[in-house]
Design a protein around this ligand. Sequence first.
Ligand code: COA
Length: 533
Amino acid sequence: MTDPKNENRLFWEEEEKKLDDLLQKAMFPGGEKAVEKLAKRGKRPVRELISDLIDPGTEFFELSRIAGFGMDYPGVMDVPCGGLVTGIGKIHDNWTMIFANDSRVKAGTYFPITLKKHMRAQAIATQAGLNCVYIADSGGAYLPMQAEVFPDDQQFGSMFYNMAKMSAKGLKQITLSTGGNTAGGAYIVFMACQSVMIDKLSYSFLAGPPLVKMATGEDISAEELGGARTHTRISGGADHFCPNQDEAVAKVREMLSFEKPQKKYFHRHPEMKPKVSPLSIYQDLPASVNKGVDTRKFLAAIADNSEFSEYKRDYAMGRGDNILTGKIRIKGLTVGIVASNGVGIIFHEAARKATEWIVRCSQEKIPLLFIQSSPGFMVGSDSEHMGIGKYGSDLVRAVSCAQVPKIQLVIGADNGAANYGMCGRAYKPDFIFTTLRSRTSVMSGRSAAGVLLSIEKQKREAQGEPMSAEELKAFNDRMIEKYDGEAHPFYCGARILNDRVVKFTEIRDWLGMAFEVSQLRPIDDPAFGNFRF
Ligand code: COA
């Protein structure tokens, strides 16, 4: 007889292997050859620079590493890692946002996905109040797509606008230039609070030598026009001259050693490991996303000491407990829980309970963790008449207005309005993490296929050409494939609809970092609009 626990475990291990393959591809675009090409120029792969930049023995929490795969841009299918590494690490014990163009990906140029990644990291840094280090090595805008990367808000110019605004708030913007920074890209050097350039490796100019020749007839080398010596000795556009990458990294660390320690607005209880091993998640989360989840078991595998202090445990059993509410501690930090449970359909009782809990946590200034595994709100006349619309809206209002840090972790279905009520991207959670079990789409493939098929059938009947059984099946299969494909964490991760696809064993570390970083700012007093109740 087959053991479902064993089957689940084998399934998730296989899925995580696929994730590992993708992560590897993101880390080594161009393979060994590209690393050798870098070495010939005196350069190391960017992640090696980052590991020297952060405090020894600490972890670099790299965001959205699977960004950019399958984008199908003109002439370019994949942009591994979005061509830009972003992530959070500690420098002299201060959490810092680090950006690094990967010159192995089309000379580090900016595609739409590169910009989205850059903007997302700057938004996290702005909200949390993090200093930023930019390891700059970019050919600027990806020119074949200039209309999609240059003129708009949240496009090229916004990178420098954000640098100016963050610096005005006192957040240090440090640039370490380690390659070409041409045209718009040059501003990453000149807009920095302090910038470091490397001898015969870094260049920064508003136009490179070929364009200068064209425009003015001047014949000049890149070094003379905008090399490290030129900008540190003549123009003053850069502040520190270093002979190589290692010394440049050390210089950035030296500058940031003068920073004050970050203020922390949390209390850390003694950290305890969960009594239930996080490995149990592999057995307990069903391989099928359509099956219900025992979320109390899941919480036991991620919470300190496996403790979950549940709120309103007995309320409206069978409907109210499709969302669990309560408190856990993650690495000693107290967290309010709003978690889908069972099949996760949100009944009005569950919506009311969750709303009440969000208001209470906001009042207590406790950050919230939304664990999402919900296919949507309950439909039908019973539910409508009981007020699912208004109670659902109250939940969405509470989620929108809760002023405490909010983090979303997706472990299952993430469809329709449940995405709103459980703090999807539009509700501005500080971070979104998803697992390989997440499926984010307006509705499931099956439901979407049903709706679209009925529309198509009517259309064809009206045209006097009813669909044959084969056509019906082919249409249905196509829609399921499309919707399920677009809901997949690889598809969503590629488009930065989440901040990281995490393995089950990594959940605690990522949540620990996220709840700490999101509480480096003070929490305001709560203010909610007009609930309907
Ligand atoms: N847009 C589109 N593609 C670009 C690009 C850009 N701005 N800059 C470089 N590329 C592409 C190259 O065509 C090449 O593609 P390939 O691998 O398919 O042949 C790849 O990126 C690597 O470029 P390459 O010139 O071989 O790398 P390099 O390390 O020798 O030089 C630069 C890097 C950035 C100094 C050099 O590519 C350059 O000067 N680019 C133009 C920069 C520019 O003028 N940008 C203005 C836009 S704001």
